[in-house]
Structure formats: structure tokens, C-alpha cells
Design a protein around this ligand. Structure first.
Ligand SMILES: Cc1cc2nc3c(=O)[nH]c(=O)nc-3n(C[C@H](O)[C@H](O)[C@H](O)COP(=O)(O)O)c2cc1C
Length: 244
């Protein structure tokens, strides 16, 4: 074994492999599964309008055109534009039993993440942080105000974050997935969010908007802005979107 294989990253990858002839290492004990979805019961709630799904672009064209774009104009987007973007990431497309199946796949239909939005330039919505309540396709308003500077600083100074009309921020809720898949569940959170983010990029492309996945940020600065504990729930991915 090379020395670097003993490092944290490799150890995780190797120790969470499934083998036919030996059990997976498990050091977890009982894990209480958290609720399937978070809800801020006392927050003001804004139902999103029906998404407008008859835009001209076809899938193949969007796949060909998709690019990570880091410069946006300062034109606002409409709430219907926002609804389309949100629906592309987590729109419920079928209900089976207690599962709300969505536009993006998720291991075991557990959806071990939450979606937050920083609304910066959306017509008719106050600036600030919101949480997506998937079951009701509505936004829960968490705090109002201008946070572009703090968000940009948290994202290692990447200015696209402050210029976007909306910034999607995704947290991981590890126990939702680990209660079933144990340590291997951590892999699935990142796989799941990759699908979600790709849907967002394709939707942005279809709507003539730019977007860019972001994995580089000071995690706990974002967690603090959203009042997350950074352990049982921690931001792992973000994506600003704006008009070109
Ligand atoms: C997981 C992930 C993290 C990324 N993080 C950043 C980032 O922090 N900053 C940035 O400018 N681009 C980021 N990107 C965008 C990549 O740089 C971009 O996808 C890559 O250069 C390929 O270009 P394309 O997406 O236009 O095809 C990230 C992409 C992914 C998938």
C-alpha cells in the first residue's frame, strides 16, 4: 500500500467498499433517522407558482450548450423563472407511499440534503435567505437583508456569488442516509447532489441563464449564515444563477 492510501480520503473510499467475502467496517452504533424533510414551521411561507415547462430548448441542445458561467448581468429574474429552476432541482413528479419522487434521483429515495436559496434579484421577493419546503413547493423565509458580501467572502471571494440573481445552497443531512446505508451513505449524498446540480445547470441553460457549481468555500461561514450546526447539517455545495 502506498503511504497516501492511509490518508483520510483514501481510507474512507477503501473502508466503505462492498466486498462479497467480508463485511463493511461499521463503527456507528444505533443511528436515529431524522425527519424526511426539514420544515421551519413558524417562517413566513411563499408558495412558488406553477413552473412553466414549455420552454423551447430540447434536452440535447441544453446538454451541448451547458457551461459553467461565472458572469451574470444585473437583470432580475421573475418568480416563475425561479419556480422553474427550483422545480428542475427538486420538483415532485410522483408520490409512491410516503416517498416524494423528484426530478433528480436519490439513493433509497432518502434525499439526505436540504435546499436553501439566497434571493438577491428576484422580482417580487425580498432579498435574503429562504429554505425550500419540497412537499408544498414553497419557500420558507429565514432572514431578510443583503448578504452578498458575506456569501462572497465565504465562497473564497468568488464574485459570481454576489452578482447572481439567486444562489442555491445545499446542505447534507448525513443521518438521513446513514441510518440506512451506514458510513457508505456519505458517498450517496454527494452523488445525489451532483444530479441535483446538473438539473439546475441544464434548466439554467434552457432559460438562457448562467450558473456555476461551487465546491470551494469556508463551510462554517455558510453554516453560520444559515444557522446550521455544521455537523448534523452542513453546507456542501452551492450554485449561483443569473441572467446573461
Ligand atoms: C464539484 C464541483 C465543484 C466546483 N467548484 C467550483 C468552484 O468553486 N469555483 C468555480 O469557479 N468553478 C467550480 N466548478 C466548476 C468547474 O470548474 C467546471 O465544471 C469545469 O471547469 C468544467 O467546465 P464546464 O462546467 O463549463 O464544463 C466546480 C464544479 C464541480 C462539478
Amino acid at each position: 500500500m502506498e503511504n497516501y492510501h492511509r490518508g483520510l480520503g483514501f481510507r474512507y473510499l477503501l473502508d466503505t467498499k462492498y466486498h462479497r467475502d467480508k463485511p463493511v467496517k461499521d463503527d456507528l452504533g444505533f443511528l436515529p433517522p431524522p425527519p424526511a424533510e426539514k420544515s421551519y414551521f413558524n417562517a413566513p411561507r411563499f408558495p412558488l407558482p406553477e413552473p412553466k415547462l414549455d420552454l423551447g430548448h430540447n434536452l440535447w441542445e441544453c446538454l451541448r450548450k451547458r457551461r459553467s458561467i461565472r458572469k451574470y448581468s444585473n437583470q432580475p429574474i421573475t418568480v416563475t423563472d425561479l419556480s422553474n429552476l427550483v422545480w428542475a432541482t427538486q420538483g415532485v413528479t410522483e408520490k409512491i407511499g410516503r416517498h416524494l419522487l423528484r426530478t433528480a434521483p436519490s439513493a433509497g429515495a432518502l434525499y439526505p440534503f436540504e435546499t436553501y436559496l439566497y434571493i438577491n434579484n428576484v422580482e417580487g421577493l425580498e432579498k435574503g435567505f429562504y429554505h425550500l419546503h419540497v412537499a408544498s413547493f414553497s419557500l420558507e423565509q429565514l432572514k431578510t437583508g443583503e448578504f452578498s458580501r458575506e456569501l462572497t467572502a465565504a465562497a473564497l471571494g468568488q464574485t459570481m456569488v454576489g452578482r447572481a440573481a439567486v444562489v442555491f445552497l445545499w446542505s447534507a443531512v448525513p443521518l438521513r442516509c446513514m441510518a440506512k446505508y451506514r458510513n457508505r451513505g456519505i458517498r450517496y449524498i454527494f452523488l445525489d447532489l451532483g444530479h441535483v446540480c446538473q438539473n439546475l445547470q441544464l434548466a439554467a441553460t434552457a432559460m438562457g441563464m448562467g450558473s456555476c457549481p461551487i465546491g470551494a468555500f469556508f463551510d462554517d461561514e455558510l453554516n453560520n449564515l444559515l444557522e446550521l450546526d455544521g455537523v448534523d447539517e452542513t453546507i456542501v455545495y452551492m450554485n449561483p444563477v443569473g441572467k446573461l
